[in-house]
Write a protein that binds this ligand. Sequence first.
Ligand code: ADP
Ligand code: MG
Length: 278
Amino acid sequence: MVKHPPPTPPAAPIVVDALSKTYGRGADATPVLRDLSFSVARGEWVFLVGPSGSGKTTLLSILGCVLSPDAGRVEVLGRDVRSLSPQAAAELRLRNIGFIFQRFHLIRGLTAQENVSVPLTLQGANQTVARRRADELLAAVGLAEHRHRNVRKLSVGQCQRVALARALVTNPDLILADEPTASLDGEHGHAAMQLLRELTTQSGATVIVVTHDPRIQSFADRVLKLENGQLCANQSPLSPNTPAPRNLGTDEIRSIGEFTPTPPEEPQNEPEPMLVVE
Ligand code: ADP
Ligand code: MG
């Protein structure tokens, strides 16, 4: 696997200081993020919650170096995102950041193995190495026997597991997930998060999850709540009424996938997906 770590390992992989972002100009100007400041420690799981339209996807897109802030300083893995050229931002995304989306954004027509290999082949890895590494990840998410199957023929839960494998195949330092369980039912959403936790425990990756799903919030080390573009809470997640995550058995985790999907909500003006897509 070809992997180039950032030049100097940062103490905090994310540092946001007085970040603001406005879409449009003049009479059309819509302020979306206002004066946000927070940091995220290495290995921390931070969940970003808030009503629809509160700016969660915009913030995640800035942390993924897809959008640039208008004001303030944002450091991602030790790099000031406003000073990154488009090429440098693309390199950072490709080599050091894993993305997971509600609708998976798998490449239809390719097999599971080919989908998971894509980030490695974009990095220049040779195909044999990329496929071997993809197979390791597909085995880790319980899809070894489906690796040559076209993703069109996989269930929703299996597609999300392919997407998890693809996000992790480059062994990224940072994982950004936008509503990763919104297309899954409760149990499978929970199992997907548990699988992500297992897969990131060794690497120590930092994980940021945008979610409306109260059933997975007990996975968070910390919850950031956005409202009207401002951070209105920065808290530990477990209220007395929130059940601790139930530990599923390995077989149960591996069986994510055989269920009727909940139709996802239509997105509203979402920024373009951050990696190669459908
Ligand atoms: P969330 O993910 O919390 O639902 P978003 O970050 O997608 O919120 O959107 C925040 C606000 O910014 C919404 O009012 C949305 O309509 C608006 N918005 C999002 N993307 C764009 C865009 N590319 N151009 C203009 N407005 C946008
Ligand atoms: Mg959103």
